[in-house]
Design a protein around this ligand. Structure first.
Ligand SMILES: Cc1ncc(COP(=O)(O)O)c(C=O)c1O
Length: 305
């Protein structure tokens, strides 16, 4: 280890909470698929910030959009209309059968939005006391409390219990177990089409179509977490499109703004009826700066496929 790296490491240990284990590399610069560390060593970045910098580090077009937006408008809150949100929503909604978007800041938050909308849709629109979310063994949906409860891994909730109620998990690839778990209290089934943190496990199309069919049969919602597999990573814009699925809602984040914090939920017009003004909100969600950059990223993804 160089003296420069050792100094960075020692400062971090003094200054930051110990919630990450890191590789012994302090990165100072990136361009395209290359990174450089504090000692000037060059790397080919095959990690892309955990599926985030899909368009490359400091992509020229994205930098130009960021700079233009930075001189125009950063943030006014969701108390005001912002055309950046509309442009981004138009682009995202053009990629799927969904009718409405909700913007937030991360993958976990996008899943929280899906979970909250599912519960509220059942209560307010369907007039059913259905709140339970069923997820699959091996899934990962994030680290906020709802997403953590959905993830259902004891190793991740160690020391954080109690988690919120209303989550149930069944083994993946077992439709009988899923059907047995569905009760009048079930609001939705939440799946990753390709389980990412679970080990890059693509779930079979027949199984996923079976999951959707069970949701339709029992009149519950079918939700896909596209945070890691979405945004062109599987060859279609969304992973669910590999299998002819029609989820009621999807969550996304990661490469949506190529590294600026940005998440979103897309929902059908029908499911979106579950929210009304005041039901859900976030200060930064869909801010003009992140939305302007995300719109450029989605435009590039659509153009370059
Ligand atoms: C499938 C999936 N969902 C949700 C998340 C959580 O996203 P975030 O870390 O942006 O909260 C992740 C993160 O890796 C993920 O892979």
């Amino acid at each position: 280890m160089s003296d420069t790296f050792s100094a960075v490491k020692a400062q971090e240990e003094a200054l930051l909470c110990r919630s990450y284990s890191r590789y012994p590399v302090a990165v100072v610069r990136g361009k395209g698929s290359r990174l450089w560390d504090v000692d000037g060593k060059e790397y080919v970045d095959l990690l892309a910030g955990i599926a985030v910098t899909a368009l490359g580090h400091c992509n020229d077009e994205v930098c130009a959009a960021l700079e233009a937006q930075a001189h125009k408008l950063w943030h006014v809150s969701n108390l005001f209309y912002q055309e950046e949100q509309l442009e981004l929503a138009r682009l995202l909604l053009s990629t799927s059968h969904h009718g409405k978007a909700f913007f937030c800041n991360s993958g976990a938050e996008a899943n929280e939005a899906c979970i909250k909308l599912a519960r509220r849709y059942m209560r307010k629109v369907k007039q059913r006391d259905a709140y339970e979310i069923i997820t699959l063994g091996g899934c990962f949906h994030g680290r906020t409390f709802g997403a953590l409860a959905a993830t259902g891994r004891e190793s991740l909730s160690d020391g954080f219990t109690p988690l919120p109620e209303g989550f149930k998990q069944v083994p993946a690839n077992d439709l009988a177990a899923l059907e047995a778990a569905i009760t009048p209290a079930t609001a939705a089934v939440l799946v990753e089409v390709v389980q990412g943190e679970g080990g890059i496990v693509p779930l079979p199309g027949d199984y996923l179509r079976g999951v959707e069919a069970l949701c339709r049969k029992h009149d519950i919602l079918f939700i896909c977490d596209e945070v890691q597999a979405g945004l062109c990573r599987t060859g279609t814009f969304w992973a669910f499109q590999q299998h002819g699925l029609t989820p009621d809602a999807i969550s996304m984040a990661k490469s949506l703004a190529n590294g600026l914090p940005m998440g979103a939920m897309l929902a059908t017009d029908e499911m979106a009826r579950g929210f009304e003004a005041g039901s859900h909100a976030t200060t930064f969600g869909g801010g003009a700066l992140a939305s302007g950059v995300a719109a450029k990223c989605v435009e590039i993804m659509l153009r370059d496929k």
